[in-house]
Design a protein around this ligand. Sequence first.
Ligand code: MV4
Length: 444
Amino acid sequence: MFKKILVANRGEIALRIIYACKELGIKTVAIFSEADRNSLHVRFADEGVCVGPAKSSESYLNVPSVISAAEITNADAIHPGYGFLAENAYFAEVCEACHIKFIGPPSNVIRLMGDKARALAAMSKTGLAVLPGSGGLVESVEQAAKIADTIGHPVILKATAGWGGRGMRIIRNREELTDAFPAAQQEARLAFGAADLYIEKYLENPRHIEFQVMGDNYGKVIHFGERECTIQRRHQKLLEEAPSVSMTKEARREVGLLVEKALTSVGYSNAGTVEFLVDEKMNFYFMEMNTRIQVEHPVTEMVTGADLVKLQILIASGGKLHFDDHLKPRGHSIECRINAEDSDTLTPSPGKITSFNVPGGNGVRVETAAHSECIISPYYDSLIAKVVVHGNSRPEAIKKMERALETFVVEGIKTTIPLQQKIIRDPDFIAGTFSTRFLERFLT
Ligand code: MV4
Protein backbone atom coordinates (compact mmCIF):
# COMPACT_ATOMS: atom_id res chain seq x y z
CA MET A 1 0.00 0.00 0.00
CA PHE A 2 1.12 3.58 -0.63
CA LYS A 3 2.68 5.45 2.28
CA LYS A 4 2.06 8.93 0.95
CA ILE A 5 -0.22 10.31 -1.77
CA LEU A 6 0.03 13.75 -3.34
CA VAL A 7 -3.40 15.17 -4.07
CA ALA A 8 -3.10 17.17 -7.28
CA ASN A 9 -6.31 19.11 -6.89
CA ARG A 10 -8.20 21.61 -4.74
CA GLY A 11 -11.70 22.17 -3.37
CA GLU A 12 -14.17 19.48 -2.41
CA ILE A 13 -12.54 16.67 -4.42
CA ALA A 14 -9.16 17.28 -2.75
CA LEU A 15 -10.91 16.91 0.62
CA ARG A 16 -12.74 13.78 -0.56
CA ILE A 17 -9.39 12.18 -1.47
CA ILE A 18 -7.70 13.30 1.76
CA TYR A 19 -10.57 11.80 3.80
CA ALA A 20 -10.17 8.45 1.98
CA CYS A 21 -6.40 8.49 2.60
CA LYS A 22 -6.89 9.21 6.31
CA GLU A 23 -9.24 6.25 6.60
CA LEU A 24 -6.71 4.02 4.80
CA GLY A 25 -3.82 5.24 6.99
CA ILE A 26 -2.01 6.94 4.10
CA LYS A 27 -0.21 10.28 4.55
CA THR A 28 -1.20 13.12 2.22
CA VAL A 29 0.49 16.03 0.50
CA ALA A 30 -1.66 18.96 -0.59
CA ILE A 31 -0.53 21.20 -3.42
CA PHE A 32 -1.88 24.72 -3.51
CA SER A 33 -1.70 27.95 -5.44
CA GLU A 34 -0.98 31.28 -3.76
CA ALA A 35 -4.75 31.93 -3.76
CA ASP A 36 -5.44 28.69 -1.86
CA ARG A 37 -2.90 29.01 0.94
CA ASN A 38 -5.66 29.09 3.60
CA SER A 39 -7.88 26.42 2.05
CA LEU A 40 -9.15 23.41 3.99
CA HIS A 41 -7.37 20.89 1.77
CA VAL A 42 -4.06 22.42 2.85
CA ARG A 43 -5.12 22.38 6.48
CA PHE A 44 -6.25 18.74 6.52
CA ALA A 45 -3.32 17.27 4.55
CA ASP A 46 -0.18 16.19 6.40
CA GLU A 47 2.04 18.39 4.23
CA GLY A 48 1.54 21.21 1.77
CA VAL A 49 3.56 22.52 -1.15
CA CYS A 50 2.86 25.78 -2.95
CA VAL A 51 3.05 25.07 -6.69
CA GLY A 52 2.63 28.57 -8.07
CA PRO A 53 0.42 31.62 -8.49
CA ALA A 54 -3.38 31.70 -8.57
CA LYS A 55 -3.61 31.08 -12.32
CA SER A 56 -4.22 27.33 -12.86
CA SER A 57 -1.90 27.14 -15.85
CA GLU A 58 0.96 28.21 -13.60
CA SER A 59 0.05 26.07 -10.57
CA TYR A 60 -2.39 23.13 -10.61
CA LEU A 61 -1.72 22.55 -14.33
CA ASN A 62 2.02 23.05 -14.11
CA VAL A 63 3.42 19.55 -14.66
CA PRO A 64 7.05 20.25 -13.57
CA SER A 65 5.81 21.98 -10.38
CA VAL A 66 3.44 19.17 -9.46
CA ILE A 67 6.02 16.46 -10.15
CA SER A 68 8.65 18.39 -8.17
CA ALA A 69 6.25 18.64 -5.23
CA ALA A 70 5.84 14.86 -5.29
CA GLU A 71 9.61 14.31 -5.54
CA ILE A 72 10.46 16.73 -2.72
CA THR A 73 7.90 15.18 -0.35
CA ASN A 74 8.71 11.62 -1.40
CA ALA A 75 5.11 10.83 -2.33
CA ASP A 76 4.71 7.42 -3.98
CA ALA A 77 1.49 8.21 -5.82
CA ILE A 78 -0.52 11.12 -7.22
CA HIS A 79 -4.31 11.31 -7.19
CA PRO A 80 -5.39 13.85 -9.84
CA GLY A 81 -9.09 14.11 -8.86
CA TYR A 82 -11.17 15.52 -11.76
CA GLY A 83 -10.35 18.42 -14.07
CA PHE A 84 -6.82 19.91 -14.07
CA LEU A 85 -4.36 17.09 -14.96
CA ALA A 86 -6.79 14.17 -14.49
CA GLU A 87 -7.14 13.36 -18.20
CA ASN A 88 -3.74 14.54 -19.36
CA ALA A 89 -2.04 11.50 -20.89
CA TYR A 90 1.31 13.30 -20.95
CA PHE A 91 1.12 13.93 -17.20
CA ALA A 92 0.30 10.26 -16.55
CA GLU A 93 3.34 9.34 -18.68
CA VAL A 94 5.63 11.67 -16.74
CA CYS A 95 4.39 10.14 -13.48
CA GLU A 96 5.12 6.66 -14.84
CA ALA A 97 8.61 7.76 -15.98
CA CYS A 98 9.34 9.24 -12.53
CA HIS A 99 8.17 6.08 -10.76
CA ILE A 100 5.28 7.90 -9.14
CA LYS A 101 2.07 5.92 -9.42
CA PHE A 102 -0.63 7.84 -11.29
CA ILE A 103 -3.96 6.91 -9.69
CA GLY A 104 -5.94 6.42 -12.89
CA PRO A 105 -5.91 4.34 -16.06
CA PRO A 106 -2.77 3.71 -18.17
CA SER A 107 -1.65 6.74 -20.19
CA ASN A 108 -2.30 5.03 -23.53
CA VAL A 109 -5.96 4.48 -22.60
CA ILE A 110 -6.31 8.12 -21.46
CA ARG A 111 -4.91 9.17 -24.84
CA LEU A 112 -7.24 6.85 -26.75
CA MET A 113 -10.36 8.10 -24.98
CA GLY A 114 -9.23 11.74 -25.27
CA ASP A 115 -9.54 11.41 -29.04
CA LYS A 116 -13.32 11.09 -29.42
CA ALA A 117 -13.25 9.78 -32.99
CA ARG A 118 -10.66 7.11 -32.13
CA ALA A 119 -12.58 6.20 -28.96
CA LEU A 120 -15.79 5.74 -30.97
CA ALA A 121 -14.03 3.47 -33.45
CA ALA A 122 -12.38 1.42 -30.70
CA MET A 123 -15.59 0.99 -28.71
CA SER A 124 -17.63 0.19 -31.80
CA LYS A 125 -15.15 -2.57 -32.67
CA THR A 126 -15.75 -4.21 -29.28
CA GLY A 127 -19.50 -4.37 -29.84
CA LEU A 128 -20.86 -1.20 -28.24
CA ALA A 129 -23.47 0.51 -30.41
CA VAL A 130 -22.53 3.89 -31.85
CA LEU A 131 -24.63 6.32 -33.87
CA PRO A 132 -24.27 6.13 -37.65
CA GLY A 133 -21.58 8.57 -38.76
CA SER A 134 -18.16 9.12 -40.24
CA GLY A 135 -16.49 6.49 -38.06
CA GLY A 136 -13.41 8.68 -38.18
CA LEU A 137 -12.35 12.18 -39.16
CA VAL A 138 -14.14 14.17 -41.84
CA GLU A 139 -11.70 16.18 -43.91
CA SER A 140 -13.92 18.36 -46.09
CA VAL A 141 -17.39 19.84 -46.59
CA GLU A 142 -17.84 17.50 -49.57
CA GLN A 143 -17.02 14.40 -47.56
CA ALA A 144 -19.30 15.58 -44.73
CA ALA A 145 -22.12 16.20 -47.24
CA LYS A 146 -21.74 12.69 -48.63
CA ILE A 147 -22.00 11.14 -45.16
CA ALA A 148 -24.97 13.36 -44.26
CA ASP A 149 -26.74 12.20 -47.45
CA THR A 150 -26.17 8.58 -46.50
CA ILE A 151 -27.30 8.77 -42.87
CA GLY A 152 -29.85 11.58 -43.39
CA HIS A 153 -30.22 14.94 -41.69
CA PRO A 154 -30.04 16.18 -38.99
CA VAL A 155 -26.38 15.42 -38.29
CA ILE A 156 -23.95 16.86 -35.78
CA LEU A 157 -20.34 17.94 -36.25
CA LYS A 158 -18.13 17.37 -33.22
CA ALA A 159 -14.49 18.12 -32.41
CA THR A 160 -12.45 14.99 -31.85
CA ALA A 161 -10.45 16.73 -29.13
CA GLY A 162 -13.60 18.34 -27.78
CA TRP A 163 -15.50 18.48 -24.54
CA GLY A 164 -18.17 20.68 -23.03
CA GLY A 165 -20.09 21.01 -26.28
CA ARG A 166 -17.60 23.39 -27.89
CA GLY A 167 -16.98 22.99 -31.59
CA MET A 168 -20.34 21.22 -31.97
CA ARG A 169 -22.70 22.18 -34.83
CA ILE A 170 -26.12 20.73 -35.60
CA ILE A 171 -26.72 20.52 -39.35
CA ARG A 172 -30.28 20.32 -40.65
CA ASN A 173 -29.64 20.60 -44.40
CA ARG A 174 -26.86 20.74 -47.01
CA GLU A 175 -26.85 24.57 -47.10
CA GLU A 176 -26.08 24.86 -43.38
CA LEU A 177 -23.06 22.63 -43.76
CA THR A 178 -21.17 25.05 -46.03
CA ASP A 179 -20.73 27.65 -43.28
CA ALA A 180 -20.92 25.35 -40.25
CA PHE A 181 -18.01 23.12 -41.26
CA PRO A 182 -15.27 25.80 -41.33
CA ALA A 183 -16.85 27.51 -38.30
CA ALA A 184 -16.71 24.30 -36.24
CA GLN A 185 -13.12 23.70 -37.40
CA GLN A 186 -12.12 27.18 -36.33
CA GLU A 187 -13.85 26.89 -32.96
CA ALA A 188 -12.20 23.53 -32.31
CA ARG A 189 -8.78 24.88 -33.30
CA LEU A 190 -9.13 27.81 -30.91
CA ALA A 191 -10.57 25.79 -28.01
CA PHE A 192 -8.53 22.58 -28.26
CA GLY A 193 -5.63 23.32 -30.58
CA ALA A 194 -6.87 20.77 -33.12
CA ALA A 195 -9.41 21.40 -35.89
CA ASP A 196 -10.25 17.72 -36.47
CA LEU A 197 -13.96 16.96 -36.75
CA TYR A 198 -16.17 13.91 -37.00
CA ILE A 199 -19.82 13.62 -37.86
CA GLU A 200 -22.74 11.55 -36.59
CA LYS A 201 -26.52 11.31 -36.69
CA TYR A 202 -28.10 13.93 -34.42
CA LEU A 203 -30.65 12.74 -31.84
CA GLU A 204 -33.30 15.37 -31.07
CA ASN A 205 -34.36 14.44 -27.55
CA PRO A 206 -31.79 12.11 -26.06
CA ARG A 207 -31.11 11.28 -22.47
CA HIS A 208 -27.59 11.22 -21.11
CA ILE A 209 -26.99 8.06 -19.11
CA GLU A 210 -23.52 7.04 -17.98
CA PHE A 211 -22.10 3.83 -16.50
CA GLN A 212 -19.57 3.88 -13.68
CA VAL A 213 -16.82 1.31 -14.07
CA MET A 214 -13.78 0.21 -12.16
CA GLY A 215 -11.02 -2.01 -13.49
CA ASP A 216 -8.12 -3.66 -11.68
CA ASN A 217 -4.68 -4.44 -13.08
CA TYR A 218 -5.49 -8.13 -13.52
CA GLY A 219 -7.94 -7.83 -16.40
CA LYS A 220 -11.13 -7.49 -14.38
CA VAL A 221 -13.56 -4.64 -15.12
CA ILE A 222 -16.88 -4.31 -13.33
CA HIS A 223 -19.66 -1.79 -13.65
CA PHE A 224 -21.41 -0.03 -10.77
CA GLY A 225 -24.62 0.77 -12.59
CA GLU A 226 -25.73 3.98 -14.22
CA ARG A 227 -26.27 7.63 -13.44
CA GLU A 228 -28.89 9.82 -15.05
CA CYS A 229 -27.21 13.10 -16.08
CA THR A 230 -29.73 14.49 -18.54
CA ILE A 231 -30.47 17.69 -16.62
CA GLN A 232 -27.81 20.07 -17.90
CA ARG A 233 -27.64 23.65 -18.94
CA ARG A 234 -25.12 24.78 -21.54
CA HIS A 235 -23.37 21.42 -21.07
CA GLN A 236 -23.04 22.05 -17.38
CA LYS A 237 -24.61 19.41 -15.16
CA LEU A 238 -26.80 20.75 -12.36
CA LEU A 239 -28.33 17.58 -10.96
CA GLU A 240 -27.55 13.88 -11.29
CA GLU A 241 -29.24 10.76 -9.97
CA ALA A 242 -28.78 7.04 -9.56
CA PRO A 243 -30.38 4.88 -10.69
CA SER A 244 -31.97 6.37 -13.82
CA VAL A 245 -35.80 6.41 -13.71
CA SER A 246 -35.89 5.13 -17.26
CA MET A 247 -33.68 2.10 -16.63
CA THR A 248 -34.77 -1.50 -16.18
CA LYS A 249 -32.86 -4.32 -14.48
CA GLU A 250 -32.56 -6.06 -17.83
CA ALA A 251 -31.18 -3.03 -19.66
CA ARG A 252 -28.72 -2.39 -16.83
CA ARG A 253 -27.42 -5.94 -17.05
CA GLU A 254 -27.26 -5.92 -20.84
CA VAL A 255 -25.50 -2.55 -21.25
CA GLY A 256 -23.34 -3.18 -18.16
CA LEU A 257 -22.00 -6.43 -19.60
CA LEU A 258 -21.23 -4.78 -22.95
CA VAL A 259 -19.38 -1.99 -21.14
CA GLU A 260 -17.32 -4.47 -19.13
CA LYS A 261 -16.42 -6.43 -22.22
CA ALA A 262 -15.46 -3.29 -24.17
CA LEU A 263 -13.23 -1.91 -21.45
CA THR A 264 -11.58 -5.23 -20.68
CA SER A 265 -10.53 -5.43 -24.31
CA VAL A 266 -8.79 -2.02 -24.23
CA GLY A 267 -6.95 -2.87 -21.00
CA TYR A 268 -8.87 -0.41 -18.85
CA SER A 269 -8.02 -0.01 -15.19
CA ASN A 270 -9.08 2.24 -12.32
CA ALA A 271 -12.22 4.43 -12.31
CA GLY A 272 -13.99 5.45 -15.48
CA THR A 273 -17.33 6.51 -16.88
CA VAL A 274 -18.87 5.45 -20.15
CA GLU A 275 -21.34 8.02 -21.47
CA PHE A 276 -24.30 7.12 -23.64
CA LEU A 277 -26.88 9.01 -25.60
CA VAL A 278 -30.18 7.21 -25.17
CA ASP A 279 -33.10 7.62 -27.55
CA GLU A 280 -36.86 7.34 -26.83
CA LYS A 281 -36.78 3.61 -27.57
CA MET A 282 -34.02 3.12 -24.97
CA ASN A 283 -31.31 2.39 -27.52
CA PHE A 284 -27.91 3.11 -25.97
CA TYR A 285 -25.27 4.74 -28.18
CA PHE A 286 -21.72 5.12 -26.89
CA MET A 287 -20.85 8.84 -26.85
CA GLU A 288 -17.54 9.16 -25.02
CA MET A 289 -15.58 7.90 -22.07
CA ASN A 290 -14.20 9.87 -19.13
CA THR A 291 -11.04 8.36 -17.69
CA ARG A 292 -11.31 9.90 -14.22
CA ILE A 293 -13.36 9.93 -11.04
CA GLN A 294 -16.30 12.22 -11.76
CA VAL A 295 -17.94 15.04 -9.87
CA GLU A 296 -21.14 12.99 -9.58
CA HIS A 297 -19.54 9.76 -8.28
CA PRO A 298 -21.26 10.09 -4.85
CA VAL A 299 -24.71 9.14 -6.19
CA THR A 300 -23.26 5.80 -7.28
CA GLU A 301 -21.61 5.37 -3.89
CA MET A 302 -24.91 6.06 -2.11
CA VAL A 303 -26.84 3.37 -3.97
CA THR A 304 -24.07 0.73 -4.20
CA GLY A 305 -22.37 1.23 -0.84
CA ALA A 306 -18.96 1.28 -2.57
CA ASP A 307 -16.25 3.82 -1.78
CA LEU A 308 -15.03 4.62 -5.27
CA VAL A 309 -12.11 6.82 -4.21
CA LYS A 310 -10.79 4.16 -1.83
CA LEU A 311 -11.16 1.58 -4.59
CA GLN A 312 -9.13 3.81 -6.93
CA ILE A 313 -6.31 3.90 -4.38
CA LEU A 314 -6.47 0.18 -3.57
CA ILE A 315 -6.44 -0.76 -7.25
CA ALA A 316 -3.55 1.57 -8.11
CA SER A 317 -1.49 -0.01 -5.33
CA GLY A 318 -2.03 -3.45 -6.86
CA GLY A 319 -5.26 -4.53 -5.18
CA LYS A 320 -7.79 -6.81 -6.83
CA LEU A 321 -11.47 -6.21 -7.40
CA HIS A 322 -13.33 -8.94 -5.62
CA PHE A 323 -17.01 -8.46 -6.25
CA ASP A 324 -18.71 -11.81 -6.70
CA ASP A 325 -21.77 -10.34 -8.31
CA HIS A 326 -22.99 -7.08 -9.72
CA LEU A 327 -24.00 -4.54 -7.14
CA LYS A 328 -27.72 -3.91 -7.21
CA PRO A 329 -28.68 -0.31 -6.60
CA ARG A 330 -30.43 0.14 -3.26
CA GLY A 331 -32.82 3.07 -2.96
CA HIS A 332 -32.31 6.31 -4.86
CA SER A 333 -29.73 9.07 -4.74
CA ILE A 334 -29.74 12.62 -6.12
CA GLU A 335 -26.91 15.15 -6.24
CA CYS A 336 -27.23 18.90 -6.77
CA ARG A 337 -24.09 20.74 -7.79
CA ILE A 338 -24.19 24.05 -5.98
CA ASN A 339 -22.27 26.59 -8.02
CA ALA A 340 -21.29 30.14 -7.10
CA GLU A 341 -23.29 31.51 -10.00
CA ASP A 342 -26.31 33.68 -10.64
CA SER A 343 -29.09 31.11 -10.99
CA ASP A 344 -30.78 33.00 -13.84
CA THR A 345 -27.78 33.65 -16.04
CA LEU A 346 -25.33 31.01 -14.74
CA THR A 347 -22.59 33.66 -14.73
CA PRO A 348 -19.93 33.31 -11.99
CA SER A 349 -20.49 35.03 -8.65
CA PRO A 350 -17.16 34.94 -6.83
CA GLY A 351 -16.60 36.70 -3.50
CA LYS A 352 -16.69 36.18 0.23
CA ILE A 353 -19.22 33.86 1.82
CA THR A 354 -20.49 35.76 4.85
CA SER A 355 -22.76 33.06 6.27
CA PHE A 356 -22.75 29.31 5.57
CA ASN A 357 -24.94 26.55 6.99
CA VAL A 358 -24.59 23.09 5.55
CA PRO A 359 -27.68 20.85 5.60
CA GLY A 360 -27.56 17.53 7.41
CA GLY A 361 -29.87 14.88 8.77
CA ASN A 362 -30.83 11.39 7.65
CA GLY A 363 -29.58 10.51 4.19
CA VAL A 364 -27.94 13.87 3.49
CA ARG A 365 -24.27 14.11 2.51
CA VAL A 366 -22.56 17.37 1.65
CA GLU A 367 -19.19 17.54 -0.09
CA THR A 368 -17.64 20.97 0.22
CA ALA A 369 -14.44 22.83 0.99
CA ALA A 370 -16.32 26.09 1.58
CA HIS A 371 -17.07 27.61 4.97
CA SER A 372 -18.19 30.86 6.51
CA GLU A 373 -15.80 33.75 5.71
CA CYS A 374 -14.10 31.82 2.93
CA ILE A 375 -13.39 33.47 -0.41
CA ILE A 376 -14.68 31.91 -3.62
CA SER A 377 -11.92 32.69 -6.08
CA PRO A 378 -12.70 33.78 -9.64
CA TYR A 379 -9.70 31.72 -10.83
CA TYR A 380 -11.29 28.28 -10.52
CA ASP A 381 -14.40 26.23 -11.17
CA SER A 382 -17.46 27.72 -9.47
CA LEU A 383 -18.54 24.48 -7.74
CA ILE A 384 -18.78 25.25 -4.01
CA ALA A 385 -20.69 22.23 -2.70
CA LYS A 386 -22.43 19.02 -3.69
CA VAL A 387 -25.61 18.15 -1.86
CA VAL A 388 -26.17 14.41 -2.10
CA VAL A 389 -29.23 12.67 -0.69
CA HIS A 390 -30.20 9.04 -0.39
CA GLY A 391 -33.74 7.76 0.15
CA ASN A 392 -35.52 4.43 -0.11
CA SER A 393 -37.32 5.64 -3.21
CA ARG A 394 -37.05 8.44 -5.74
CA PRO A 395 -39.95 10.44 -4.25
CA GLU A 396 -38.31 10.19 -0.83
CA ALA A 397 -34.98 11.35 -2.26
CA ILE A 398 -36.69 14.31 -3.95
CA LYS A 399 -38.34 15.29 -0.64
CA LYS A 400 -35.00 15.07 1.15
CA MET A 401 -33.36 17.24 -1.51
CA GLU A 402 -36.13 19.80 -1.22
CA ARG A 403 -35.60 19.99 2.54
CA ALA A 404 -31.78 20.01 2.21
CA LEU A 405 -31.77 22.90 -0.28
CA GLU A 406 -34.22 24.83 1.88
CA THR A 407 -31.89 24.58 4.89
CA PHE A 408 -28.67 25.32 2.97
CA VAL A 409 -27.70 28.89 3.84
CA VAL A 410 -25.15 30.64 1.62
CA GLU A 411 -24.89 34.39 2.00
CA GLY A 412 -22.55 36.91 0.38
CA ILE A 413 -22.51 35.28 -3.06
CA LYS A 414 -25.16 34.02 -5.46
CA THR A 415 -25.70 30.31 -6.00
CA THR A 416 -27.61 27.96 -8.29
CA ILE A 417 -29.84 26.78 -5.41
CA PRO A 418 -32.97 28.67 -6.61
CA LEU A 419 -32.71 26.99 -10.04
CA GLN A 420 -32.30 23.55 -8.48
CA GLN A 421 -35.32 24.19 -6.24
CA LYS A 422 -37.33 24.95 -9.38
CA ILE A 423 -36.10 21.75 -11.05
CA ILE A 424 -36.99 19.38 -8.23
CA ARG A 425 -40.51 20.85 -7.95
CA ASP A 426 -41.14 20.56 -11.69
CA PRO A 427 -43.89 18.03 -12.66
CA ASP A 428 -41.81 16.61 -15.54
CA PHE A 429 -38.82 16.12 -13.29
CA ILE A 430 -40.97 14.44 -10.66
CA ALA A 431 -42.56 12.20 -13.30
CA GLY A 432 -39.12 11.41 -14.76
CA THR A 433 -40.20 12.45 -18.25
CA PHE A 434 -37.36 14.67 -19.38
CA SER A 435 -34.73 14.94 -22.09
CA THR A 436 -31.72 17.20 -22.61
CA ARG A 437 -34.22 19.90 -23.61
CA PHE A 438 -35.77 19.98 -20.12
CA LEU A 439 -34.02 23.15 -18.97
CA GLU A 440 -34.84 25.17 -22.08
CA ARG A 441 -38.13 26.08 -20.42
CA PHE A 442 -36.25 27.74 -17.57
CA LEU A 443 -34.02 29.86 -19.79
CA THR A 444 -34.18 33.58 -19.36
C1 MV4 B 1 -25.22 14.77 -29.20
C2 MV4 B 1 -26.58 15.11 -29.05
C3 MV4 B 1 -27.47 14.56 -29.94
N1 MV4 B 1 -27.04 13.75 -30.94
N2 MV4 B 1 -24.86 13.95 -30.21
C4 MV4 B 1 -23.51 17.59 -25.73
C5 MV4 B 1 -22.16 17.53 -25.06
C6 MV4 B 1 -21.32 16.65 -25.87
N3 MV4 B 1 -20.47 15.85 -25.05
C7 MV4 B 1 -22.30 15.84 -26.65
N4 MV4 B 1 -23.56 16.49 -26.60
C8 MV4 B 1 -24.61 16.06 -27.37
N5 MV4 B 1 -24.28 15.23 -28.38
C9 MV4 B 1 -25.75 13.47 -31.04
N6 MV4 B 1 -25.33 12.67 -32.01
C10 MV4 B 1 -26.94 15.95 -28.00
C11 MV4 B 1 -25.96 16.45 -27.17
C12 MV4 B 1 -26.43 17.30 -26.13
C13 MV4 B 1 -26.46 16.89 -24.80
C14 MV4 B 1 -25.97 15.64 -24.42
C15 MV4 B 1 -26.01 15.25 -23.12
C16 MV4 B 1 -26.55 16.09 -22.16
C17 MV4 B 1 -27.02 17.32 -22.49
C18 MV4 B 1 -26.99 17.75 -23.82
C19 MV4 B 1 -27.48 19.00 -24.16
C20 MV4 B 1 -27.43 19.39 -25.46
C21 MV4 B 1 -26.91 18.55 -26.44
